[in-house]
Design a protein around this ligand. Structure first.
Ligand code: CA
Length: 227
């Protein structure tokens, strides 16, 4: 998942980059709206984090320009301007969310996940981690270019883990979101564990680098461990 951060304050931009990279996002920084446009012309992003007070064209102008150009990437405004009229103006100009500075990083992170789940960007039709890829249109998954023969449930499970890549997915989350069961139970935990085990054999079994990990007592995480 790739994030464009348009923010002129060097320190804030650097802190955002560091925090988001720790959560396994790819982060590209732009310090002006112009730089942002240039990057948007040459690369695809899953989400844009936009500051409002920018030198030259301000965030409102940047936002309305990119919407006019048909760029539909979700935009999260991050701004010290907390007046209601600014929030309304931001949302009216085509922003998907608005967060006031100073903000708590976990909140930013949660809002990003929400925007990504809403999935407006076309890039979300393809999910990727290391050499593991999923094409949600053709319903195909591959690892290192080799097709993975997944059942419908395994495909769903892998998609869910990939959408949450780098973050722990608990059995509660899987029960709720993939089995539509609210309360946890031992039989369901066992069913989940069996599915995870089968998926792991297919996704990781023959490959040297293991991506699907168990976090003891908590859940599972799909992650590429960097040296
Ligand atoms: Ca600023």
């Amino acid at each position: 998942m790739k994030i464009l951060v348009i923010e002129d304050e060097i320190k804030v931009a650097a802190a955002l980059k560091k925090g988001l990279e720790a959560e396994y996002y790819d982060v590209v920084l732009a310090h002006t709206g112009e730089e942002g446009f240039f990057l948007l012309n040459t690369q695809t992003f899953d989400i844009i984090i936009l500051d409002l007070m920018l030198p030259g064209r301000d965030g409102f102008e940047v936002l309305s320009t990119l919407r006019r150009r048909g760029i539909e990437t979700p935009v999260l405004i991050l701004s010290a301007l907390d007046a209601v009229e600014n929030r309304v103006r931001g949302l009216d100009s085509g922003a998907d969310d608005y967060l006031i500075k100073p903000f708590a990083f976990p909140e930013l992170s949660a809002r990003i996940r929400l925007l990504l789940r809403r999935g407006r960007g076309d890039t979300l039709l393809r999910l990727k981690l290391a050499d593991l890829e999923m094409d949600l249109v053709s319903r195909k998954a591959t690892r290192g270019g080799h097709p993975l023969d997944l059942t419908v449930k395994e495909f769903e499970l892998l998609e869910y883990l990939l959408r949450h890549q780098g973050r722990i997915v608990s059995r509660e989350m899987l029960a709720r979101d993939l089995w539509q069961v609210k309360a946890r139970s031992t039989p369901l935990d066992n069913v989940i564990d069996v599915h995870i085990a089968r998926l792991r054999r297919k996704v990781d079994g023959p490959f040297e680098h293991k991506l699907l990990k168990t976090v003891r007592g908590v859940g599972f995480v799909l992650r590429e461990d960097r040296p």
